[in-house]
Design a binder for this molecule. Structure first.
Ligand code: EPU
Length: 329
């Protein structure tokens, strides 16, 4: 989440700061009502739990789905003028939103304007809102290999670019030729992937900018082979990962040879519960929501597991799940 700049006069207390932000948020909402086209989604106090795969967390002050790059830039410029923070929500598959929700604007690129896939030979121009599963399926239909691993990652391209998501020993940036993004100041950049410096589970450029699309490269190949690989990946996933609500892997693997799931399993923590949050008994790096978990439950479970890893193995686990928003007062 972007950190926000304080307005010219410095509030004396945190509650004054939040009251002041609330005024700027209301002001921004009215300005956006006038500035965004009717096709763009714009709402106040939007519940977010159902927009995440873990299904926990409070509301967004303002929720918007811009219907074009132009509308996105307008939104970013106005938010920046009023010093209102902006958070970009993908498909919510790697996200833990605290129970008090997210102050400022939550924007999503789920609008059809950001969901197109266009082919040019072995190249695919994809919008940030396209689901990874759709990219894998369309590539298979076009007889292109290399994108099969995206089949089971439950997210959008924008989120996968931001965290360089991976599965089956491949990373998103393995298949990216060019990245198109908009900076917080509203400038559009279109750069070769090699200039982006993506690493394991991170793309530094996108920490503070918003991916709007990418040019992906596949390799022409036999359609049956592509289908078989996708089926193998899908089977492996169904066998090794839980199907209850979760945010995917909770922690990054501490080293390539020590997967966090194996470590937590070895610590005997499968089935550990805080409220309705539980360490999955299928894969120990997945924390599942048994029905009524709160963010507080999940955060409590994360802390328990981290301290056991620290105390018993001297390992500092780092969360892979992005944790955002505020606690309830
Ligand atoms: N393992 C256990 N016990 C468990 C879980 C795993 O012993 O409870 C062992 C497995 O038997 C295996 C090893 O740990 O020998 C690795 O497990 P797995 O093959 O499931 O891979 P992973 O390293 O845990 C990574 C990604 C996943 C991705 C899978 C499949 C990370 C943190 N996770 O998991 O990504 O789906 O490979 O390719 O890099 C995610 O990013 O949210 C995610 C789920």
């Amino acid at each position: 989440m972007s950190s926000f700049t304080l307005s010219p006069f410095q509030p004396a207390t945190p509650s004054e700061a939040s009251a002041e932000l609330a005024i700027r948020v209301t002001d921004l909402f009215h300005k956006l009502q006038g500035a965004l086209p009717l096709e763009a989604v714009l709402r106040r106090d939007e519940p977010l739990a159902r927009r995440t795969t873990l299904r926990v967390g409070g509301p967004a002050d303002i929720f918007s789905e811009p219907d074009s790059e132009h509308a996105l830039i307008t939104l970013l410029e106005l938010a920046s003028q009023l010093s209102v923070p902006v958070f970009v929500l993908g498909r919510g598959s790697n996200l833990l939103i605290r129970d008090g929700g997210i102050r400022g604007v939550v924007l999503s690129l789920a609008h059809t304007a950001f969901s197109a896939i266009e082919f040019n030979g072995a190249l695919m121009q994809c919008g940030a809102g396209v689901r990874l599963k759709a990219i894998a399926t369309e590539a298979r239909r076009a007889g292109l290999t290399g994108l099969e691993f995206l089949e089971g990652i439950p997210g959008s391209l924008g989120g996968a670019l931001r965290m360089n998501a991976g599965a089956m020993n491949a990373w998103t940036f393995d298949v990216v030729e060019r990245l198109r993004y908009v900076t917080r100041a509203g400038e559009v950049q279109d750069v070769p992937a090699a200039e982006v410096g993506a690493v394991y589970r991170s793309c530094p450029v996108l920490r503070d900018s918003i991916a709007v699309g990418a040019l992906l490269r596949g390799t022409p190949a036999d359609a049956d082979g592509i289908r078989e690989r996708m089926e193998t990946y899908s089977r492996k996933r169904w066998d090794s990962q839980p199907n209850q609500p979760s945010a995917g892997c909770t922690f990054k693997n501490p080293t390539p040879t020590l997967p966090a799931g194996r470590l937590i399993d070895e610590l005997g923590l499968k089935g550990t519960r805080v409220g309705d949050a539980m360490v999955s008994d299928v894969h120990a790096n997945f924390f599942v929501n048994l029905g009524h978990a709160t963010a507080r439950d999940v955060l409590g479970l994360i802390e328990q597991v981290r301290s056991r890893a620290r105390e018993e193995r001297g390992i500092e686990l780092e969360t892979e799940v992005e944790i955002v928003g505020e606690d309830l007062p």
